[in-house]
Design a protein around this ligand. Structure first.
Ligand code: CTP
Length: 408
């Protein structure tokens, strides 16, 4: 496996153990770029890690004092380069301080800046005094990180360097290495797949300046596209108008109307192995689009006609694709969604109750239930990026189940 990770070492007695973790990861074929905080260097010298990895250890955001006085551009943007090339960020040992900084988004050195800049999965192995570990502040910070999808390798209990007994001792090297390897393997769950995602609202023109739209922001769909790409898939994103920037390498197709979305989906669906339809497609459009701007005059009636149900249509045409629909409901949430699952012959439908404030439309958070013919999985309220990853993990399991059913 040719993979690269960054290992952040922070200041604690356990810092020396990071050397053994580095060696074990390298033995498994993982390239390790070590990043040390200032206090970590009080415990272990960078030279130890430089000798082990054969590469420069990163010790700060800027060129070291005494180095040439001209600004070091290469060094100043290095955190972005590292952030983009790594497939995971491991922090071992992680102090209460770095955990708090991660939780709050403080970026005052290379490691904390790297944490903010990377989209790679993060594994954190804490080590600290038992009282610091148990303190509500630390526990709250850990909760925030877990909710964001950070994997915490729980510390062991036992004699601590401070002489106390309790939880806080850095987990065994094997546990840390296993967590990283699982994360790296999980990180490739959708390798070889092409995921077609539809997102955002559609706009159905009334006249040259007006349209019928809806409240969809596209955030859920863009989060799915981004997460699918991170899991190793090729991604085609077909989106109605949104205020969002399409993630990095996705193949982006911008559309406006339901009909344009339908054509784009029909044109690209054969390339896809997984189709996820988060778009809030208009169900009705004006029967006639008026060529000139409609002038104000007394009462007016707008005659509407139904659009095509894209999902139902492609479900009939599909070959082997896994198809996932979304449903936004305001009442009889699960019941209505089950109806759509059957009617549209989907493998699963993700349903959210848009009547609840603070989640769903235009929010960064969501709370959804995933329904299949025989399962109902409630996902806890979380940021859309976390929900996206959980949905895709579920899709990957469906895919594996189907592949093994075909093989038998
Ligand atoms: N959908 C679609 N084409 C449409 C309408 C909806 O492909 N013309 C897809 C959406 O992308 C979504 C799913 O169908 O994945 C459910 O959308 P929703 O609007 O909740 O379902 P409708 O069938 O339109 O049901 P209703 O509006 O009556 O609740």
């Amino acid at each position: 496996m040719d993979m690269k990770i960054a290992l952040g070492v922070t200041g604690g007695i356990a810092a020396y153990k990071a050397a053994e973790v580095t060696r074990m990861l390298q033995d498994l074929g993982v390239q390790v770029q070590v990043v040390m905080t200032r206090s970590a260097q009080e415990f272990v010298r960078p030279l130890t890690f430089a000798s082990l990895t054969g590469r420069k250890v990163i010790t700060g955001l800027f060129a070291p004092e005494g180095a040439e006085s001209t600004p070091n551009v290469e060094s100043a943007i290095e955190h972005i380069a590292v952030a983009q090339e790594i497939e995971a960020l491991l922090v071992a040992p992680a102090t209460a301080d770095v955990i708090a900084k991660f939780a709050q988004g403080v970026a005052d050195d290379f490691l904390t800046t790297l944490y903010l800049a990377t989209k790679a999965p993060v594994v954190v192995a804490p080590a600290m005094n038992v009282n610091m570990w148990e303190h509500p502040a630390t526990q709250e910070n850990l909760r925030i990180l877990r909710e964001r999808g950070v994997r915490i390798v729980e510390p062991d209990s036992g004699y601590l360097a401070c002489g106390m007994i309790g939880a806080g001792r850095l987990a065994a090297n094997e546990s840390i290495v296993n967590a990283v390897m699982e994360t790296l393997e999980g990180a490739r769950d959708l390798a070889g797949e092409t995921v077609l995602v539809t997102a955002g609202p559609t706009r159905e023109p009334i006249d040259p300046v007006r349209f019928i739209g809806n409240r969809s922001s596209g955030k859920m769909g863009y989060a799915i596209a981004e997460a699918a790409q991170r899991l190793g898939a090729r991604v085609i994103l077909i989106s109605g108008p949104t205020a969002l920037t399409p993630p990095g390498k996705v193949e982006f197709v911008g559309v406006e109307t339901a009909e344009q979305m339908r054509s784009a989906v029909l044109a690209r669906m054969d390339e896809a192995t997984i189709i996820i339809k988060t778009a809030a497609v208009a169900d009705y459009r004006p029967k006639q689009v008026v060529v000139q701007k409609i002038k104000r005059k007394g009462e007016m009636n707008l005659e509407l006609e139904a659009t095509m149900d894209i999902l139902a249509e492609i479900a009939k045409k599909r070959a082997q694709q896994i198809m996932i629909g979304f449903a936004a409901e305001t009442e009889n949430v699960v019941e209505n969604a089950r109806g759509k699952l059957d009617r549209k012959s989907l493998d699963a439908i993700v349903v959210n109750d848009v009547s609840q404030p603070g989640i769903g439309f235009d929010s960064d958070r969501n709370k959804v239930t995933v329904l299949t013919r025989d399962e109902q999985i409630e996902l806890a309220e979380a940021p859309k990026s976390t929900i996206a990853r959980q949905i895709l993990k579920f899709v990957a399991t469906l895919k594996h189940k189907r592949a093994s059913a075909v093989a038998n």
